[in-house]
Ligand binder design. Structure first.
Ligand code: FAD
Length: 362
């Protein structure tokens, strides 16, 4: 039976472990420095909103297309997973459209006539008479919001149900992970799901990986059913606006920032004020029109999205004689692409197992 070590217990590593375990026929150990329940600047997943706002361009949309049906089913049929259905409202500002949508067009979310209109349920263009002031156009569709504080432990529980074992561990070099299987045997395959730390991990040292710093404010106020986001804001080019209410009492996330190459773990109080102002302006129902003073703050937070020049890396590679399947560099879409990426990881693991069986090594 092939022995697999999954290095990393963020949404990427846990989803891979779960999908591999569901297949059966593997002995799987998840090894990680940080596990669900931890809050650390080196561990991105707990900080995410998280919701589904498709970001890929059509050519790269496999990960999000394949993930959406799974997240939708979890939201509708598995309440204990910590997801709920919410309406996403995507708005293009007049000034961004006039200037070619600026950087927003780099992702697919704000494109006109987007590919995801065929995929996301209840998609509709927002009629002009329903648009907020200053908005050129926009769309709405059914999405979900994930309470990461519930969903990540739920994933751990699902993995455990299928026999996955968990171990804390820090590796300096990817080849050390081969020796950390709970079976005591050397792992045949290591899945590398180390997120932004892939740029510092020996044997990988991917210098194209960098942090895209996201600062958020979590509040008790309710966002009452819809999740707005807009194509830009006037405050700064690396600041953005989004609001999403988490399931099961997880509070409402106000975002945010997208600060490339910025590792600062500390919330900036000036940015926090701007985030709150933008959120209340876009969603006055948050405080019943009473402004940011009426926000009840649970905490300020910062997470580092694992961005990568050239996009996500999902491929197999032999390092020091052992197979590694990489799955890192998901930037701001790690949840909404998680099952699509895990599906590809399962395919690559299958390829390796078949190839090695042919050579009678497994
Ligand atoms: P991580 O969660 O960082 O996990 C990495 C794991 O690897 C950890 O367990 C870590 O301990 C382990 N590890 C790393 N190096 C080592 C080592 N050397 N030895 C042992 N263990 C190691 N995505 C969405 O889909 N929707 C959203 O709405 C959304 N909103 C976001 C908002 C913010 C503010 C932020 C910061 C991110 C958001 N994201 C969102 C992006 C999403 O959070 C990330 O893409 C995703 O969490 C990345 O997960 P990961 O498992 O790859 O990395």
């Amino acid at each position: 039976m092939p022995t697999i070590v999954v290095l990393g217990a963020g949404v990427s590593g846990l989803t891979c472990a779960l999908e591999l375990a569901k297949q059966g026929g593997h002995e799987i150990t998840v090894v990680a420095k940080h596990m669900p329940g931890d809050y650390d600047i080196e561990y991105t997943s707990p900080w995410a909103g998280a919701n589904v706002l498709p970001m890929a361009l059509d050519k790269d949309s496999r990960w999000e297309r394949r993930t959406w049906p799974v997240l939708r089913r979890l939201a509708k049929e598995v309440p204990e997973a910590g997801l709920h259905v919410q309406t996403a409202r995507v708005l293009r500002r007049e000034k961004d459209v006039a200037t070619g949508l600026k950087a927003a067009l780099a992702d697919g979310l704000f494109q006109f006539d987007p590919w995801y209109k065929e995929v996301m349920d209840n998609f509709r263009e927002i009629p002009a008479n329903e648009l907020p002031k200053g908005m050129h156009s926009g769309c709405e569709f059914m999405s979900v919001c994930i309470n990461t504080a519930i969903y990540l432990p739920w994933l751990v529980g699902q993995c455990a149900k299928y026999g996955v074992q968990f171990k804390r561990g820090i590796v300096k070099h990817i080849s050390q992970a081969h020796n950390l299987s709970h079976t005591g045997k050397k792992a045949d395959i290591v899945v590398n799901a180390t997120g932004v730390l892939a740029c510092k991990l020996g044997g990988v040292m991917d210098k194209t990986v960098y942090p895209a710093r996201g600062q958020i404010v979590v509040v008790r106020n309710e966002a009452k059913g819809f999740m707005p986001t807009s194509s830009g804001c006037d405050d700064a080019d690396d600041e953005i606006m989004y609001v999403m209410q988490r399931a099961l009492g997880g509070g409402t996330i106000l975002g945010g920032t997208y600060m490339r190459h910025n590792w600062d773990p500390n919330p900036d109080p000036n940015i926090a004020v701007r985030i709150m102002k933008r959120a209340v302006e876009a969603h006055p129902e948050l405080t019943d029109g009473k402004g940011i003073e009426a926000l009840s703050i649970i905490r300020h937070g910062v997470g580092l999205r694992p961005a990568r020049e050239g996009g996500v890396r999902i491929e197999k590679e032999k390092i020091d004689g052992t197979w590694v399947v990489h799955n890192y560099g998901h930037a701001g879409w790690g949840y909404q692409g998680s099952y699509g990426c895990a599906e590809k990881v399962v395919e690559l693991v299958d390829e390796i197992v078949k190839q090695e069986k042919r050579q009678s090594k497994l």
